[in-house]
Design a protein around this ligand. Structure first.
Ligand code: OTU
Length: 638
């Protein structure tokens, strides 16, 4: 058979397939035409296209054969319940293995702690083998098939997975697929001049093409790693490195890279990963003359990852980590013909940034306006709702919307920065600027939840009144992400209000990156005290635990495209309504430091004059005017 013809003939590949599983054949048969079509679009001109395609098909067969019977059973249960990741029962926490508790075994021991808080889904920060010093918190992988030996052995990891499954918990793996470490074997070979592996990266003999690329590219770490290319003096060449210089961008224009990475993903699927967080996906394809983010080819690549994943491990979910404009984020859920066949989950980054904006200004206008402008996402997809994570907060809101509110978009950002980073106007926050743009002064923000909400400052000043307000701000952030619908993701440490960690400045390998400010070692002594002492941390913990419990009993908080923002003129308040069949819950959140009122008119069909307050478990009489205190949140069932 002609090579080109082979690409579109499933039977050719199936001749050798001894897999005796009807479902596998059905899924392969259904997805094959789409896979080969997308593949042709991307690789029609690649000299390796036939070889790589054959390897891809073999990888699907091999990985399916290696998938355990238990996992195949779990797959089928999940396929029958495609919304499992957007149920009100799901609550996530993201954590670093070593910062949380030393290693995989330590984490295993702490499963009862997680369960007790109500966590049943854990996003493990990168846990693969990385170089000791230059690894960007694990985001520079040296070996995709080995775990970080500091965290234990593969056996320990497998035991951890088993324990997670026994406890009905889901595991999210951070899959760093845009780049690998400059010490990865592929990079080592490429440095030596091995042409096969040079083609795994973007190499250039001089600055001509790098200059051409950079004309339309942004810089991700302009302060500490300017430019998008790194010079290799030993061979007088340049290699593409969008992030740090030691993170080499993988060249997905070479289909051999795609095959390797899909095979790697399937390998980890078989280890029992429930959901992959696909890191930095927006940057996976670069073109000279184009703004090399969110290019159409990125979507084709992600569709291939998902389609192949679905053939082998159809119960697995995919998160797109694309912290980009909302109209771009939404595309990662799939669009056009392949709608729904891209990622299942994406980060609600826009809401996250705007919640901090609202907390700084005490005004929810921009948040409301922006949320109403977000395009509707497809069914069966969901958001990760979060307030803090291991990264900075980028003030990435839409300039046009800011301007429409009569504000200057740069001045508005500078004001927010002053609020969070300079203690401006008596501000409660202790954040710091991350990656300052020197011409404009614009920046991103680092700092822990407790530092940004005033808890750390109250602690330093031992100010009781400020403590109460800070606890309410943290509670507000948590109450909102737990009620928006979608997968709420708590950042480990926030449940006990961990302050900033200033020690990173003493560590040579971290001091250039102040995102370490909010990556602290868990303080277990705070947890031990929760039961006995009425400490401020214990209050934060107890409130969060209560919020989680109530969320899980509230079907309206599941995500099924039923979130409605209520247009209500009080600028301090954010009001939204969550509906699930007959369960209707109003959330009223006061983002300001002022006590204020809301009127009965904001409820559409008030039956009688009472609503049920889920958080106090009591009826609330609704009058014409109703009091809500500074930073308070109400969950009111109709
Ligand atoms: C991700 O973030 C990770 O979350 C970071 O911790 C890593 O450093 C980075 O990738 C490299 O692996 O630039 O400042 O959407 O916002 O992908 C964080 C684009 C980042 C970026 C995001 C990236």
């Amino acid at each position: 058979m002609q090579q080109a013809e082979k690409l579109s003939k499933l039977n050719f590949f199936l001749d050798d397939v001894k897999v005796n599983d009807k479902n596998f054949h059905l899924r392969l048969g259904a997805n094959f035409p789409i896979i080969s079509d997308i593949y042709q679009k991307l690789y029609a001109y690649s000299p390796h296209k036939e070889e790589a395609f054959e390897l891809l098909m073999l990888s699907l067969v091999k990985n399916f054969e290696e998938r355990s019977a238990l996992q195949k059973k779990r797959d089928l249960t999940r396929v029958a319940n495609p919304n499992w990741y957007s149920s009100e029962k799901i609550v996530g926490m993201m954590l670093y293995v070593d910062l949380f508790d030393t290693d995989f075994n330590g984490l295993k021991e702490k499963i009862p702690y997680l369960r007790n808080l109500g966590i049943n889904t854990v996003h493990l920060m990168p846990f693969l083998d990385v170089p000791e010093f230059e690894n960007d918190g694990g985001y520079a992988v040296r070996n995709y098939r080995e775990v970080n030996p500091k965290f234990g052995t593969m056996k320990d990891f497998e035991a951890l997975v088993k324990e997670f499954q026994k406890n009905d918990m889901n595991l999210i793996m951070d899959f760093v697929l845009n780049h690998c470490a400059d010490q990865h074997q592929w990079a080592v070979e490429a440095r030596k001049g091995n042409p096969k592996y040079k083609d795994f990266f973007y190499f250039f003999p001089d600055r001509n093409l790098p200059n051409a690329y950079e004309r339309t590219m942004i810089e991700i770490f302009p302060d500490t790693s300017p430019g998008n290319f790194t010079y290799l003096p030993e061979s007088d060449q340049w290699v593409m490195t969008l992030f740090y210089g030691y993170q080499w961008d993988l060249n997905y224009k070479n289909p051999m890279v795609l095959v390797e990475m899909i095979d790697t993903m399937l390998f980890w699927s078989n280890k029992g990963i429930d959901i992959f967080r696909l890191d930095a996906v927006a940057f996976m394809w670069k073109e000279i003359g184009k703004f090399s983010q969110n290019l159409p080819e990125v979507h084709l690549l992600l569709q291939l990852f998902k389609l192949c994943g679905q053939i082998v491990a159809p119960g697995v979910g995919y998160i797109a980590e694309a912290i980009v404009a909302p109209e771009e984020i939404i595309k990662y859920f799939g669009e056009g013909l392949a709608q729904g066949d891209e990622c299942d989950i994406a980060y609600n980054a826009n809401f996250m940034a705007l919640s901090w904006e609202a907390l700084a200004t005490g005004n929810t206008n921009l948040l409301k306006k922006s949320m109403n402008a977000v395009p509707k996402k497809p069914r069966n997809t969901t958001w990760i709702n979060y307030a803090r994570c291991h990264d900075d907060i980028g003030l990435g809101f839409d300039d046009k919307l800011v301007t429409e509110l009569g504000l200057d978009s740069l001045q508005h950002r500078l004001y927010i920065l002053k609020h969070y980073c300079d203690g401006f106007n008596g501000s409660f926050a202790l954040g710091q600027r991350f990656m300052i743009e020197h011409e404009t002064g614009n920046a991103r923000i680092s700092g822990s939840m407790a530092a940004l909400c005033g808890f750390e400052k109250a602690m330093k000043e031992n100010n009781e009144n400020e403590f109460q307000l800070a606890i309410k701000r943290i509670n507000l952030q948590h109450a909102v992400i737990l009620s928006l619908g979608g997968l709420p993701m708590i950042y480990s440490g926030d449940e006990v209000a961990l302050p900033n960690n200033y020690d990173y400045l003493n560590d040579e390998s971290k001091k250039y990156d102040n995102r370490w400010l909010h990556r602290s070692k868990m303080n277990w002594s705070l947890v031990e005290n929760i039961k006995d002492t009425p400490s401020a941390e214990a209050l934060v913990y107890k409130r969060l635990k209560q919020l989680i419990e109530i969320r899980k009993q509230t079907p309206a908080f599941a995500d099924s495209n039923d979130l409605e923002y209520i247009d209500y003129e009080n600028t301090h308040l954010l009001v939204y309504k969550k509906t699930d069949n007959k369960d209707v819950v109003y959330v009223i959140a006061n983002f300001s430091g002022f006590d204020t009122f809301f009127e009965s008119s904001l409820f559409a069909n008030l039956n009688g004059n009472k609503l049920f307050n889920l958080l106090t478990e009591s009826e609330m009489e609704i009058n014409e005017k109703n009091f809500i205190s500074a930073y308070d949140v109400l969950w009111l069932r109709e």
